[in-house]
Design a binder for this molecule. Structure first.
Ligand SMILES: Cc1cc2nc3c(=O)[nH]c(=O)nc-3n(C[C@H](O)[C@H](O)[C@H](O)COP(=O)(O)O)c2cc1C
Length: 350
């Protein structure tokens, strides 16, 4: 596993060629602020190679005026990986798209779905759905600036606007500017009165509207997002749309992703069993530890690895115990294994 600090900063675009088979957007893990950071994406790559991964949203301001390496560096194993931008000013979006290309991302995605007040003050995120012409300008500016696919992630409506025509016209206008891929979180964003978290649960899901978008725009790539859990559910939606994006379920139940390459891409996945993923992950944690950075911030993404099987709670408790935070993950893994054997031995003897 590469040490994150040692991973080279790509200097030229290295767009992953579109596979001659399933759409590159067939399956993806959603962008999730504070969750889908570099460590999380490296962990997900131990489970699936073909699922598309997205960064957390990065604002154009943070990229243009902040520490670009901190926001943009990633590990080569993360491909295919998309950078998600938050912003609305076309020139800024174009400048950030150029950065995405320089760093070697496979896609640049514009966030038109985030309802947070902070984001609304910056006049981007979900409130951009009320300004399709501005989004179209942003998309055009980005497309003129780079060769990467420029995609948009949005909701089906804002506030109490429930008409299908609203999202259809949004997609139509933005598609005219050259956007060919739309990732649709199938619920409205209520811009007043709900927290971002509530806005991911309370406005009702309307998956059928996303299916309808695909019927009305067959030439576009339409990806459905929102509330998807089981693999059978994914398969069902794939009969109606080009792709499915999974957020919270993938994060909380990561082992589910171990079956995705086989089932949805027709190739064997990288994960043989949880023990093997655990061993590779501990190596990664050790590499993080050796750079002097705290490994628990990486480890939190993997606490769900053993969910659903015996020992899941012991694993979560052991690895989130703050008394361990200064110690070597490799040593800790050996200790955990000894404890596990002692526990199973006792159970068998009893
Ligand atoms: C913790 C968290 C952070 C999120 N951050 C972002 C973000 O940065 N950009 C974005 O477009 N959506 C963000 N989302 C929304 C997800 O991408 C996704 O649209 C939403 O969770 C619905 O999908 P799900 O039901 O499969 O989780 C976030 C969701 C969560 C749970």
């Amino acid at each position: 596993m590469n040490d994150l600090n040692d991973s080279p900063v790509p200097t030229a675009a290295s767009v992953t060629p579109a596979a001659a088979g399933p759409s590159p957007w067939r399956l993806s893990v959603a962008p999730m602020l504070d969750w889908t950071d570099r460590n999380c994406r490296v962990f997900h790559r131990l489970l699936t190679r073909h699922t598309r991964l997205y960064t957390e949203m990065v604002t154009t301001g943070a990229l243009l005026h902040g520490d670009q390496g901190r926001h943009l560096d990633f590990d080569a194993v993360e491909h295919p990986v998309a950078l998600q931008l938050g912003g609305s000013e076309p020139a800024d979006l174009a400048a950030c798209a150029r950065l995405a290309q320089r760093w070697g991302y496979d896609e640049v995605n514009l966030n038109c779905g985030c309802p947070s007040e902070r984001v609304q003050k910056g006049a981007f995120g979900a409130c951009l759905m009320a300004e399709p012409a501005l989004v179209a300008d942003g998309v055009k500016a980005m497309r003129d600036a780079v060769d990467l696919p420029v995609t948009v992630k949005h909701r089906i409506g804002i506030d109490r606007e429930e008409r299908y025509d609203f999202v259809r016209d949004f997609v139509g206008t933005v598609a005219e500017a050259g956007c060919e891929v739309f990732i649709v979180h199938a619920r409205n964003a209520w811009l007043q009165g709900l927290s971002p978290k509530e806005n991911r649960d309370i406005p009702p899901l309307r998956h059928e509207l996303v299916h309808r978008l695909k019927r009305d725009f067959p030439q576009l790539t339409i990806v459905l997002n929102g509330g998807i859990r089981g693999d059978d559910e994914i398969a069902l939606h794939l009969q109606h749309v080009d792709g499915v994006m999974v957020g919270r379920q993938a994060y909380h139940e990561p082992w589910q992703m171990a079956a995705w390459d086989g089932r949805f891409f027709g190739v064997p996945g990288p994960a043989i069993d949880r023990e093997q993923v655990q061993a590779a992950w501990v190596q990664h944690l050790e590499a993080v530890h050796r750079t002097g950075r705290p490994w628990p911030t990486a480890m939190r993404h993997a606490l769900g690895l053993w969910n659903g099987v015996r020992g899941a709670r012991a694993w979560r408790q052991f690895w989130s115990d703050h008394r361990h935070r200064e110690r070597s993950p490799i040593e800790l893994a050996a200790e955990f294994e000894a404890l596990r054997l002692a526990r199973t031995g006792t159970a068998e003897a009893a």
